[in-house]
Design a protein around this ligand. Sequence first.
Ligand code: SF4
Ligand code: SF4
Length: 438
Amino acid sequence: MKTEFSLAQLADPDIAEADKILRACVHCGFCTATCPTYVLLGDELDSPRGRIYLIKEMLEKNRPPTVEVVKHIDRCLSCLSCMTTCPSGVNYMHLVDQARARIERDYRRPLSERLFRAALAWILPRPGLLRAGMVLGRFGRPLAALLPTPKAAWGTPTLLQRIKALLALSPASLPPPGPAGGSIFAAKGEKRGRVALLQGCAQQVLAPRINQAAINVLTRHGIEVVLVKDEQCCGALTHHLGRDDDALARARANIGVWLREAEQNGLDAILVTTSGCGTVIKDYGYMLREDRDFAGPAAKISALAKDITEYLGSISLQPTQQHSDIVIAYHSACSLQHGQKITQAPKELLSKNGFVVKDVPESHLCCGSAGTYNILQPDIANKLRDRKVANIAMVKPDMIAAGNIGCMVQIAGGTSVPVVHTVELLDWATGGPRPGLN
Ligand code: SF4
Ligand code: SF4
């Protein structure tokens, strides 16, 4: 794609990066076929190619974001399916991240929307506040039925519709909190390694059993696990809301505590059981590339970050029981398959450890979760969830496995089949409890 940035514009490293990305696009449109919003809405401006044009216009002309630009960028799930499809290697992720940050900086949303987004950005990364909010949400759930359901599917959702979506996602009950930061879990038998396990924010409130399963599997196989003290939310949630200052501050804080742990006590890896977080931590090196103090440390941390299935694939798991009567539908989270290009490791681990694993039709399409997307764009998210659940039903599974809490909650909202994390199944196969019973 031809671009016409001035030399003065190109002096800005972000614009220079955008220029490089835009020039790689050859307008072929292959990406449109695999973009969930284009598949659903059929509007070129809701396709990757359409959004690339909108972003190009905004950056090149140095125009403030218009209502139209914001509408179509907001509708993007950042699922990155387009990046998997693109034959030219267009880095759409870095382009849309830049567009979201610019919208956040230069566009004035209606007051109610600003307040709602600010509340999400404040509460979601703080597990204590999130827990309190979910307890309140539990009492508000009955009210959700009284709030209006959208009739026209594709308008910009109203505040009430978003509140309704938020209440619908609040669980009926919450499990007790998991272990605190600073906890160390000793390896059983001969020690073969030492890792940090990301504690996460939403996941530690909604499903601490996931990290418990990871700790069980790891320690059972000789790996010491540390929950690093003073670690915080990885920044993914605010990054996707365009709040880069918040996201980068969190990244820097985490880099500091993880590097200290690695230098003082040694770390073979920083393991992540929420693939949405893993994709962002693996991108810290890029996000902080212009930061003189943090560029090097950020690249080191990105290199240490691994999805739990990546790591478990590198150590030999010892199954103690076979579950060849259990059919698992494997839901490939977008952040895992498109963001981190991890497609086979989870399925191979499950097969090797005795499960019957089935691929889900249209597995490249997002389930609609996408961070805060299912709250901010509930109509599109619900349609995608229903489509995903229908595709999953085609393989008649006993359980559904996924590697991302957002997907798990989203899919569970549309099916009665138990939705579990891949690592919970691996824990079960190697001597842990049967998942999906709590
Ligand atoms: S990230 Fe997903 S929703 Fe956004 S343009 Fe790409 S394929 Fe479409
Ligand atoms: S597939 Fe890649 S090169 Fe083709 S239009 Fe989409 S982003 Fe551009």
